[in-house]
Structure formats: C-alpha cells, structure tokens
Design a protein around this ligand. Structure first.
Ligand SMILES: [Ca+2]
Length: 321
C-alpha cells in the first residue's frame, strides 16, 4: 500500500505538470491509472473457489450395498488379467497404433470387442462410425460382464494431467497405465449409440466403490464438449451430477462457472462447475489425505471428501443394456 501511495503522489505531481492538457485528457489518464490500480489489486488477491465439503456426507461401508456392481467387483478381483506394458505413450505425436491383433476388427467400441468373443483385458484398436482414425483403447472385460471402454485412468501419478486444451482434446498418457483417451475420441465413441458411464474409485485401503450414470455423451467441440449425464446409481455417492451440462475447462480455455479458472486451482482439466464436487484429473497424491493450498487432489467429495486423494480411478463407458 505504501508503494502504491507513493506512486499515486508521483502521478499527481505528473498530472499537475499537465495543467495545460484538456480536462478530458486528464480525466482519461486518471481513469486508466485507476483501472490499472484495480487490476493490480485484484491480481494480488485472486478469488479462490469455495472449498468442497471435507467430511463426506456418506461414507459407504462394506455390505451396505448388495447391488450388481459390487458383486461383479469381486469377479474383477478374481480375474484381472493384464497384458504387458508398452513403451510408447500415445498422444499428440500419434505413434503407430498398437493393440491386440485380431482378424475380426476394427471394433466400434469394447462392447463390440467383447461380443466378438474377446475376453482378455487389454489394448484394442477401435474405429468409430463417424471417424476414419483408429483409437487405441483399453478394454475392461472383467468388470460387470465386460465390454467397457476405458476413457480415463489414474493409478500411480506417472502421467502429468495438468495440460492444455489441445492435449485434452487429442488424449495423452499410456493406454496400459494412466491416460486420458481424448475429448474428441470420447465424443466420437459416445455418439455411436446410447452409452452409460461407470466411475470406479479405489481408496488407499484397496476398497473399490462405483458411481454409474444411466446415460453419457458429450456435445461437440463447438459446445465445449458439454457433459451430458443420466441418473446416478451406485455406492460411491453422487459427486458428478453437479457437473452435468458443464463445458470442459483447461488452463488455456476457461468455460467454467467460477470467476477465476477452476483448472488453475484444481490442476487439471474437467467439466468444472464452480468448481465442483469432483476432480478426477487432478494431482495424484500418495496416501489419501493430502495437504495443499487448493483442493487439487483426485477427489470425489461424496467418498472421502475434498482433501482425500484417491489411489486409483477409472472412467468407462458401455452401451446401455
Ligand atoms: Ca471461469
């Protein structure tokens, strides 16, 4: 403030020497200085999004839910065959597509893969109805009868998710590890029919919970890949419905409902509201409860609260039964 006050005095002196100038010019100069001053004041104290609840409303306990999803989770643990890792991350450089070699592809999604008789979890090459390019995707066939196309996976913090619009549009990471399939690919996949969304969350005790949304698709890029979700069911609690109808926001493209940029505070890209109850593309913290100036961990507020960063999460889609 002292510095600002002395600057103001200095400017006043300068204005005094401009006595010969017209009143309009002087007023305009003063106005410009005030605008600058206010902008400076704002940048010193940026608005911060409200914290989401730290204590979740409901902490699911074992045996509380006996729905199909939980039953199949046990099947998942029994039979989780994984294929060998690959060295090349895909993304903006578009390395040659790799995937499980089959003679009956390409498939339109992982449900198509499953129906063709392939039951191994792994990478498959997909080609959607409305695009010519091949998509490398991870197919999850052990969970809930299989046929799930994985859109996003976090598990070990090996991939940086604090990225720009172009990266989120095209996709990044390692298909057999942490990755984001890309908004363009997700849009093309979900456009092919009626899909539902499964969100899988794993906490640091190894427990998995699920949030399923009865329908899922994205609006085109011209609409900011606006999120369209159906109704919730599951045992994770619903922390995603408040993002329904929101556009995707990255650090370089702010389409959220907050005066600042939610991507800046939550360190990711997401269908932020202002900013919301979930941040699955945030920072991967080890151990669960994390300390940070902002709520930038991988959180799902209804399961663990805003300062509990989950161990692993996945977003998956499958055609509606
Ligand atoms: Ca904003």
């Amino acid at each position: 403030m002292m510095r600002l006050a002395s600057r103001y005095k200095e400017l006043e002196a300068r204005f005094a020497t401009m006595a010969g100038w017209s009143t309009t010019t002087r007023l305009y100069s003063l106005l410009r200085w005030r605008t600058m001053h206010e902008a400076l004041g704002r940048s010193e104290l940026p608005p911060v999004p409200p914290l989401v609840q730290v204590v979740p409303e409901n902490i699911p306990t074992d045996n509380r839910f006996t729905n199909e999803i939980v039953r199949n989770n046990r099947a998942f643990l029994r039979d989780s065959r994984m294929e060998g890792p690959t060295a090349n991350p895909f993304g903006l450089d578009h390395p040659p597509p790799q995937g499980t070699i089959t003679s009956d592809g390409p498939f339109k999604d992982c449900f198509h893969v499953r129906r063709a008789g392939h039951s191994n979890n792994g990478m498959y090459l997909l080609k959607t109805d409305n695009s010519d390019h091949l998509i490398q995707a991870w197919c999850e066939h052990s969970l809930d009868n299989g046929g799930w196309t994985v859109l996003q996976k976090r598990k070990d913090g090996s991939v940086n998710f604090f990225r720009n619009w172009e990266n989120y549009k095209k996709g990044f990471g390692n298909i057999d590890g942490e990755h984001w399939l890309g908004l363009d690919n997700i849009f093309n996949l979900a456009k092919q029919g009626d899909y539902k969304l499964m969100v899988e969350l794993e906490d640091w005790t190894g427990k998995k919970v699920y949030a399923e949304y009865s329908s899922f698709y994205l609006e085109p890029e011209s609409e900011g890949y606006k999120l369209r979700l159906g109704t919730y069911q599951g045992n994770a609690g619903d922390s995603f419905s408040s993002n329904n109808g929101k556009q995707f926001t990255t650090l370089d493209r702010d389409r959220d409902e907050f005066s600042g940029n939610c991507a800046h505070f939550h360190k990711g890209g997401w269908w932020y509201n202002a900013c919301g109850q979930t941040n699955l593309n945030g920072v991967w913290y080890s151990g669960g409860v994390y300390r940070s100036k902002f709520q930038d961990g991988i959180f799902w507020a209804a399961y663990g609260g805003g300062f509990y960063s989950l161990k692993s999460v996945r977003l998956m889609i499958r055609p509606i039964d």
